[in-house]
Design a protein around this ligand. Structure first.
Ligand SMILES: Cc1ncc(COP(=O)(O)O)c(C=O)c1O
Length: 444
């Protein structure tokens, strides 16, 4: 049975315009929450998409339809609902694979989020200690090194610290320049023959920086290290092709790409997944089980123990359709325009310091800043965030799960405005006006 036999696919409608681009006002109507009013009827200005994006009706409908019409467990029933649920779940895998240019659908592993995808690789590497010779590539111990960067989200930092604690390998990292980019001057000294894995973020969630993937992949390959790309902030915002990127693993998370929470993806090269030890054990990830030992299923099932996130995968499939229909090139162009405009406008706010690249070159739409008061001391980002919230403007404040970045730039925290496919120049204007209000409130 195919998906098509199981049920008609939902009608797909798009605000994409012939020749590229889209009508953002039309697009916003697809996101019911964007019409909300908050704090005494003020229009919501949602500038926190780097933390989590909003969801279009198509995604909400897909999850609801799944529960209303097709709900059952997958890969284990022979009744009609079980077959429909399995077809929907596996169809989501097909769509995700096509979306990121994966050569094989079995290279797409569903996880609960990016954090789990990254932990999966890190735990598979320490589980390799007790696996057979086929897992040699993943084994590491004292004398080996894991390389990351100083701009990692904690989800791509802590799992590697833990791996080093479990195995005795050492953690090394590439530092940052003053303008928020990777300091590649001594990359050859940091990524050496001792490196077993190089894991780095594609687009920083705090600085907005888009990193030069090819430079790091070339160096990692030259020393025989595996590469892992944390694409949590890039897959939602730009076209991604895993083959062109040349990495070995790629992790991303559904809720930042207009999909549901509770679903993420680990993509891995087929030949690597085929010999990679599992992370979690349980139902559906096995081949043969006795009381003494078990053998494991082939990928992707080896890495999907237990009942998976079925409705969430279906919702992610709908999100991928939505993004594809709008066009990832058009989304990237729209966000580039908004980011460039925001950087220009924020530069007019007295006492505002951008933490990250000050221009829109190789940069995404996460813009962090600190605001200085009249006494030359920074205003606390929590105060800034609260005063903006009173005006209906939702930003994120804190260390954004990237505390080493705040330490590097000597700030306890930042205020971050972040954009997505539905953000408008009008929202940037509202932010700048809101910051004027903050400054007046503090008498600066
Ligand atoms: C760059 C980056 N990596 C990883 C993550 C973790 O994503 P999740 O919390 O969905 O696992 C985030 C979330 O903010 C992120 O921005």
């Amino acid at each position: 049975m195919t998906m098509t036999d199981a049920m008609p696919s939902p009608t797909r409608r798009t605000a994409a315009q012939p020749g590229g681009g889209y009508d953002v006002d039309q697009v916003r109507k697809d996101f019911p929450i964007l019409a909300r009013r908050v704090h005494d009827g003020r229009p919501l200005v949602y500038l926190d998409s780097a933390a989590s994006s909003q969801k279009p009706t198509a995604v909400l409908d897909a999850e609801r339809d799944y529960y209303e019409l097709h709900n059952a467990n997958v890969h284990r029933g022979i009744h009609v609902l079980a077959e429909e649920a399995t077809a929907l779940y596996e169809s989501a895998r097909d769509r995700v694979a096509a979306f990121i240019g994966a050569p094989g659908r079995d290279e797409v592993v569903f996880t609960k989020n990016s954090s789990e995808a990254l932990n999966l690789v890190a735990y598979a590497m320490s589980n390799a200690a007790t696996a057979g010779p086929e897992a040699e590539r993943f084994r590491l111990g004292p004398g080996d090194e894991v390389v990351i960067t100083e701009m990692e989200h904690h989800s791509n930092l802590v799992p590697w610290q833990m791996l080093c604690q479990r195995t005795g390998a050492a953690l090394r990292w590439i530092g940052l320049t003053d303008d928020g980019r990777l300091d590649l001057a001594d990359v050859e000294k940091v990524i050496t023959e001792r490196a077993k894995v190089v894991s780095f973020v594609h687009q920083s969630n705090i600085l907005g920086t888009v990193n030069p993937v090819a430079t790091l992949v070339d160096r990692a390959r030259a020393v025989g290290a595996l590469t892992v790309l944390d694409a949590s902030q890039s897959v939602p915002h730009m076209p991604i092709d895993v083959t062109a990127l040349g990495v070995d693993f790629l992790a991303f998370t559904g809720h930042k790409m207009c999909g549901p929470t509770g679903i993420g993806v680990l993509w891995g090269r087929g030949e690597l997944l085929a010999v990679m030890p599992p992370f979690l054990g349980g139902g559906e990830m096995i081949e043969v089980v006795t009381m003494e030992a078990s053998t494991y299923a082939v990928p992707p099932h080896r890495f999907e123990a237990g009942t998976p996130m079925i409705a969430q995968a279906v919702g992610l499939g709908a999100a991928v359709d939505y993004l594809t229909d709008l066009g990832m090139d058009a989304i990237a162009a729209h966000e580039h325009d908004i980011t460039a405009y925001a950087l220009d406008q924020l530069a007019t706010v007295p006492g505002l310091r951008i933490i990250g690249p000050p221009d829109a070159v190789d940069r995404g739409g996460a813009v962090s800043f600190v605001l200085t008061g009249s006494d030359n001391r920074p205003l606390h980002p929590h105060d800034v965030g609260q005063l903006l919230d009173e005006r209906g403007i939702a930003v994120r404040v804190g260390h954004h799960c990237a505390r080493p970045v705040c330490l590097r730039y000597g700030v306890p925290a930042t205020t971050r405005a972040s954009f997505h496919l539905y953000s408008t120049r009008g929202e940037v204007d509202a932010l700048v006006e809101g910051l004027g209000h903050v400054r007046r409130f503090f008498g600066t």
